[in-house]
Ligand binder design. Structure first.
Ligand code: CDP
Length: 222
């Protein structure tokens, strides 16, 4: 069973994906964390963020590992733990530039598919249902209005000790959505067979129940 959850920035994908994974006995894969890890390494090593080849070469050589963690997956790059660093504003502000490069996307897609080669998974991102796993059993496009998303993201950032203000968080979300939706390679878009779930007026538990119902329907259908 593979559940793909795509959608714009800070729509609550990771919270919901983690809970769905627990409920169906699957493993959660945060594909955005891999893009963040590549971006963190590019910044740390002074790689030109606008050079597709340099970023792609880097993505291919890095040893990126993800491990279960709460509220965020634990991320390590070449043996160094960078869970906190990949959520910092410098990475959030740069990640969509790096994620737009085809060689980077190829490397991250390959790594994600390798991780999900066996077993049951809930994977979230921007192109999970369209590109990474087009034959996923359940596809959800999770969205919410930008103001709600910014409020939620601000709360998460404050809870994990990052200093931010609402306007800056909103600006980052709107800018990233634009970059992610307009890039040439695998843009953020709803798969034709994805179910749209709007979390503007639903809390995480309610969204989880909606997705579990889709999973049940799918299981009964096979
Ligand atoms: O902030 P949020 O949790 O919504 O984003 P994320 O899932 O951590 O993803 C960070 C960035 O990685 C996105 O803004 C995209 O630029 C990129 N990404 C992507 O291009 N494709 C994916 N499947 C996942 C993330």
């Amino acid at each position: 069973m593979i559940v793909a959850i795509d959608g714009p920035a800070a729509a609550g994908k990771s919270t919901v994906a983690r809970q769905v994974a627990v409920r169906i006995g699957a493993t959660y894969l945060d594909s955005g964390a891999i893009y963040r890890a590549v971006t963190w390494a590019a910044l740390a090593r002074g790689v030109d963020l606008d050079d597709p080849r340099a970023c792609g070469d880097l993505a291919e050589t890095l040893e990126i590992r993800l491990a279960p963690g709460d509220p965020h997956v634990l991320v390590s790059v070449d043996g160094r733990e960078v869970t906190r660093e990949v959520r910092a504003s410098d990475v959030s502000e740069a990640v969509s530039r790096v994620a737009a490069h085809t060689p980077v996307r190829r490397a991250v897609t390959e790594l994600s598919r390798k991780m999900m080669a066996r077993g049951d998974w809930v994977c979230d991102g921007r192109d999970v249902g369209t590109v990474i796993v087009p034959n996923a059993d359940v596809k959800v496009f999770l969205t919410a209005d930008p103001a709600r998303r910014a409020e939620r993201r601000l709360r998460d950032l404050e809870a994990s000790g990052h200093d931010h203000d609402l306007q800056r968080v909103l600006d980052d979300i709107v800018r990233r959505d634009h970059l992610d939706s307009t890039r040439a390679d695998s843009p953020l878009t709803r798969a034709a067979d994805a179910v749209v779930v709007d979390s503007s007026t639903r809390d995480a538990d309610e969204v989880v129940e909606v997705i579990l119902e889709l999973v049940r329907t799918r299981v009964e259908a096979v």
